[in-house]
Every structure is written in C-alpha cells, then in structure tokens.
Design a protein around this ligand. Structure first.
Ligand code: ATP
Length: 244
C-alpha cells in the first residue's frame, strides 16, 4: 500500500507515483484555471482533491483524464491502462436516449471499439459493475428518468466497467443518501486494496480525511499535498474557506 514517507520525500521513486504533474497550466478558451501546478498522484492509493468551489478540481481531473489539454507543463503516467473518468452527474446530459445498461456498456467501448458487438466477457464485466453499484435492477430504465443518486451510481458502474487501474471520479458521493454513500466509500476502498489508484474530487471532508493523500487546491493553485492530517489542518481549512 501507500507509503506516506515516500510521498513526502523529494527523492521518491518515480514508480511510487501513478501520475506526476509538473508545472501544469490548463483551462478553457480564454480562461486559465490551473497555474503552475506540480503534484504527485501516489500509486495504489486513494487521493482526495479538495478545495472550494471553482478552485479547479474538475479541471485537474479533466486534464488527468485527457479530456482537457494542458497549455503547458508535463504529465507523466506510470505504465498502466488509460484512466477511467467518472464525471459529475450534472455534466452528463439528461436527454441521452440510453438505458442504464447501455450507459454502463459504453465503458467497454475503449476495449471493444464503438461498433463491435460486446463479447460474453464484456457482458459479464458490465453485470458485475452494475451489481457492485446496486443498479442491476435499473438496467432497462432510461438514464434521464433516474434519480440523481441512481444516475450517479450508473456512471460509477460505467467507470468500473472500464477496468482501469486509474479511476478518476468527480464528486462521486455528492447527493447520495447515507447508505449509497457508504456503499461507494467501501467500494472505492476495496478497489484500492485490489490494485487500483483512485482519485476523487470531493467536498466531503470525512471522505477526504479517510483518503491516503490529499491535494488541496485554491484558485487553481496547489496549496498543499500529503497526508490528510497535515493538509486538512484546522489552520489550512480556515485559511482556504474563510478568507479575510
Ligand atoms: N467549460 C468551462 N468553460 C469556461 N470556464 C469553466 C468551464 N468549466 C469550469 N470553468 C471555470 O473554471 C474554474 C474552475 O472550475 P472547476 O469546475 O474546475 O472547479 P471545481 O473546484 O471543480 O469546482 P466545484 O467544487 O464547484 O465543482 C471556475 O472558475 C469555473 O468557472
């Protein structure tokens, strides 16, 4: 598992990190968001991205996932599969004419290609992902008809179906009831134990405190990284969330 001393050491072996981000600048047309961001994503660990609204968490996830291009800086990935990205459920159109099952099946397109039929193995992976998220019973329902929390679980199942060793999630437990939240938290912990590197943006300080590492962002810059106890100190929290 994750070795905290290694993360804090400037001599950390490159292969302790799943992703190394160096001097990253990224954003949207006409709007630079991430500025000179240098950070490590430790391998085989849970990393929480924390920071106020608009601090750049989703943008950083988008860059790590390869859906937002960096304008400068370097991203170094340890050998592994392409990342699986689970966006915020609000970022996924309600009007898509897809069932829950078809949505999860899209997670297999990376391996299978867009037009090929899914194999028996693909269907087993999809079933198992849906079962783990408790959404098998919703398989035939239209995505747009599901409640927010149900849709969230379907999107996480889609991420799981990609069978990546790097899972990026944007606020995976926001809007879930306590039982569903606990289920996702347990699932993510199990995935890390099984060899997945998990990165989640979250406003849930309890989830962030139980992560192996935290990256604290403010205004597009990295304010701190390391163990949750160090990064989420009362002083840091009051400085970031209650500016003068
Ligand atoms: N598609 C976009 N086009 C232009 N600006 C954007 C876009 N998406 C986000 N931004 C801006 O980028 C900045 C960072 O947004 P981002 O969504 O990365 O923050 P966040 O930390 O994830 O916020 P939240 O906690 O509210 O989800 C914000 O100022 C936001 O307004």
């Amino acid at each position: 598992m994750f070795n905290k001393h290694r993360l804090e050491s400037p001599d950390a072996e490159a292969n302790d990190q799943r992703v190394r981000v160096t001097g990253l600048e990224a954003g949207y047309p006409g709007r630079l968001v991430l500025r000179q961001l240098t950070a490590d994503i430790p391998a085989l660990a849970m990393t929480a991205l924390v920071g106020p609204n608009g601090s750049g968490k989703s943008t950083l996830l988008g860059v790590l996932a390869g859906v937002i291009d960096a304008t400068s800086g370097r991203l170094t990935y340890a050998p592994g599969r392409p990342p699986a990205f689970v966006p915020q459920r609000g970022a996924v159109g309600d009007a898509l004419p897809l069932t829950a099952r078809q949505t999860v099946e899209m997670g297999r397109w990376g391996q299978r290609g867009l037009w090929r039929r899914l194999t028996r193995h693909d269907r087993t992976v999809v079933d198992s992902a849906m079962e783990r998220l408790g959404v098998l019973g919703l398989a035939a329902r239209q995505l747009g008809e599901l409640s927010g929390g149900q849709r969230q679980r379907v999107l996480i199942a889609q991420g799981l179906a990609q069978q990546s060793d790097l899972l990026l999630l944007d606020e995976p437990t926001t809007g879930l009831d306590p039982e569903a939240r606990a289920r996702i938290t347990t699932l993510l912990t199990d995935l890390v134990a099984d060899g997945t590197t998990v990165v989640q943006a979250t406003h849930d300080l309890e989830a962030a405190r139980s992560a192996d590492a935290c990256l604290l962002l403010s205004d597009g810059r990295l304010v701190a990284q390391g163990s949750p106890e160090r990064v989420l100190s009362p002083a840091a929290l009051s400085r970031i969330w209650q500016p003068e």
